[in-house]
Design a protein around this ligand. Structure first.
Ligand code: UDP
Length: 235
């Protein structure tokens, strides 16, 4: 599989497969933050994120969300439908945290009356800038209808995820999704859902996500392992 690498990302490598329209995602042990400025190899991270993301995507598929996920085939690998990734990071916030708190000068952990959806333009050279709907149209990334769909679908996914995490005593503070166009031109959920791209706080306010790495709060894989074990209790 190693000679048909299509793309090497920060947390995953993507390989072509023999099957038309199917790619293999291999989860890596690399952790990065601040657009790659902080970077470390963390043994076991790839295995944990592969199983956490597979678990969540299976549940989303079962709940009727169209996703790229097909199946997990090994500790580090999963098969996904090939999509044309929409170059947007779609962030949904239930509580203030991270860049939102910084931008608006508000403390972290304040519940928002209504979840807020934000778009960031996926472009490493530009540092993934915060953009609005009109910028999305200017960049010809998506139409009005597609923008509306991305927001609605993200809010629907948030309701499912927030409920699942509530069941296991974790608060879903915020998260980032990526979508893509499938072979039929339909927009489906792609990329991954793991503690690398969401914030989860436990009842005592402990960070159970990549902020442990970003902020040097402890051992990342210990925390991800706890999230994985808790997930088993979701109904
Ligand atoms: N996020 C992500 N990839 C990015 C930027 C953010 O997965 O390149 C996630 C992050 O883990 C958090 C949410 O999106 O769950 C909101 O992140 P924020 O804008 O607060 O940025 P940060 O504080 O992570 O720089």
């Amino acid at each position: 599989m190693s000679n048909n690498l299509l793309y090497s990302g920060k947390a995953k490598d993507i390989f072509a497969t023999d099957v038309e329209g199917v790619i293999l995602a291999r989860y890596k042990d690399q952790a990065t933050a601040f657009n790659g400025v902080k970077k470390e190899q963390i043994a076991g991270k790839g295995v944990l994120n592969n199983k956490i993301s597979a678990f969540i995507f299976e549940k989303l598929n079962a709940a009727g969300v169209a996703t790229h996920f097909i199946e997990k085939i090994s500790d580090t690998d999963q098969l996904n439908k090939k999509v044309n990734i929409i170059p947007l990071e779609v962030v949904l916030r239930n509580y203030t945290a991270g860049s939102f708190s910084k931008r608006f000068g508000v403390e972290e952990g304040i519940r928002l009356d209504q979840p807020i959806v934000e778009f960031y333009y996926k472009n490493d050279d530009l540092d993934d800038p915060f953009i609005n709907d009109e910028h999305v149209k200017f960049l010809k990334i998506a139409s009005d209808e597609e923008i509306a769909f991305l927001k609605e679908e993200t809010r629907r996914i948030n309701e499912l995820l927030s409920d699942w995490f509530r069941q296991i005593g974790l608060r879903l503070i915020d998260f980032k999704l990526e979508f893509g166009f499938d072979q039929d031109g339909r927009i489906i959920l792609a990329d991954e859902f793991s503690p690398d791209n969401c914030r989860l706080w436990d009842a005592e306010g402990h960070h159970m996500d990549k902020d442990v790495f970003r902020r040097g709060l402890g051992e990342l894989t210990d925390v991800y392992q706890i999230v994985w074990e808790k997930l088993q209790a979701i109904k």
